[in-house]
Design a protein around this ligand. Structure first.
Ligand SMILES: [Zn+2]
Length: 65
């Protein structure tokens, strides 16, 4: 899979979770990806909330995680 960088801070090689979260929470077809910290800031939530979301999506059997 192509490596993605954070749109905001430029962090390289975003994890599958970070990419999956961007897709699930922002836009499935997003071409801009956010690292965990920047996504949390963008959505005005904390990173724990996002990590809990990852677990939630995994439990739902989402293939993006
Ligand atoms: Zn970032």
């Amino acid at each position: 899979m192509e490596k993605k960088n954070c749109y905001v801070c430029g962090k390289e090689a975003l994890s599958k979770n970070e990419i999956g979260l961007t897709k699930k929470l922002l836009d499935k077809n997003s071409r801009r990806f956010y690292c965990l910290d920047c996504l949390a800031e963008y959505l005005e939530v904390d990173t724990e909330f996002l990590l809990a979301k990852v677990e939630e999506f995994k439990e739902q059997g989402c293939k993006q995680f």
